[in-house]
Write a protein that binds this ligand. Structure first.
Ligand code: TXA
Ligand code: MG
Length: 305
């Protein structure tokens, strides 16, 4: 899709969906997004009130996922929603939209990475991540946005941010004229409460080495991930410097984030030191992914996402 590569199955086919969980190593309580071709198709599965319909008309196709009540007569398999009464729907652009239209079925697709690891933004990343576990890779070139979709829950005409992503919250609020509530910390997902907001997992998007945020220096055996040309002590002699956007453009930074993390991962650096990134626009989603990459890992976390 335009965001990241997905690992797809016919969302009405339980065995197909089970294969997706299996290939990713994902715990089955974490539900999947169903990708559909257009609004009429979305309305076969989700209950859209005026607010949800308005958001869809503004941003679909695009990097926005809407969590709406699941229709009682929906053909989407219960494995996709993991028993939730809500369903996550998205109309993407590109090959996935065309495929959903062609087969006239919703496509359940989480990001095409092993659970807990960095999302794939090229077909080669998918091959490296999942290899023999997937029978076919559709190569649509590098993804344009590079970050997963923004997930919004629509409930009784109000909007709630369930996961920051490739569509800036400011843009949703400005175009829709509606406020977007963020999760209260008590409701945010944690290991004790995995069902609260399954998109908000603790350790995720993790490279194999430790990640340090807001670094003020970098040592010779570390890699430095920076933004907007910021430099710190040691950057001149460290193992690798990657600037997500020398011009300080957050859209460009979002598009290059996961590829940059993969480069650092493969560089043999002992750790990844990260410069501060502005917390506005797509910076919200970039910082969210970096925070998860830096989160302590345990065996439970390593199975997520
Ligand atoms: O851009 C994207 O969103 C990519 C591409 C492939 O579309 N997909 C993606 O999927 O990031 P995934 O599975 O890695 O993340 C989807 C998130 C999950 O964390 C899941 O818990 C949440 O959406 N989700 C799915 N269904 C939900 C539901 N019914 N209620 C609340 N959250 C839901
Ligand atoms: Mg994912």
């Amino acid at each position: 899709t335009e965001t990241v590569y997905g690992l797809g199955a016919d969302a009405t086919n339980g065995a197909g969906v089970a294969h997706v969980f299996d290939a990713k190593g994902r715990p089955s309580f974490n539900p999947l997004i169903a990708h559909v071709a257009d609004m009429p198709m979305a309305e076969r599965y989700g209950v859209f009130d005026e607010t949800a319909r308005h958001l869809a008309s503004l941003f679909w196709p695009g990097p926005l996922t809407l969590v709406v009540p699941h229709r009682a007569d929906s053909a989407i398999h219960p494995l996709v929603t993991a028993g939730n009464e809500a369903v996550a729907l998205r109309v993407p652009t590109g090959p996935v939209q065309a495929l959903a239209k062609l087969i006239d079925r919703p496509i359940a697709a989480p990001s095409a990475n092993r659970s807990g690891r960095i999302s794939a933004t090229t077909a080669q990343d998918v091959a490296n991540e999942l290899g023999e576990a997937v029978p076919l890779i559709l190569d649509g070139g590098p993804t344009a946005i590079g970050l997963e979709s923004t997930i919004i829950g629509v409930e009784k005409g109000t909007l709630r941010l369930l996961r920051p992503g490739g569509l800036a919250v400011e843009q949703i609020a400005a175009k829709s004229g509606m406020p977007v509530a963020t999760l209260r910390p008590a409701e945010a997902h944690d290991d004790a409460n995995p069902a609260a907001a399954p998109g908000m997992l603790t350790s995720h998007y993790a490279p194999s080495m430790p990640v340090r945020l807001n670094a003020v220096s970098v040592s010779a055996d570390e890699a430095y991930l920076t933004f907007g040309g910021q430099m710190v002590r040691g950057a001149g002699v460290c193992r690798l410097v990657v600037d997500l956007s020398p011009q300080g453009d957050l859209v460009e930074a979002a598009a290059s984030l996961f590829a940059a993390m993969r480069r650092v991962d493969q560089s043999g650096a002992s750790a990844m030191a990260v410069a501060p990134i502005p917390q506005t626009g797509l910076g919200l989603a970039i910082n969210d992914r970096l925070k998860r990459a830096a989160a302590p890992r345990n065996t439970m976390d390593a199975r997520h996402g």
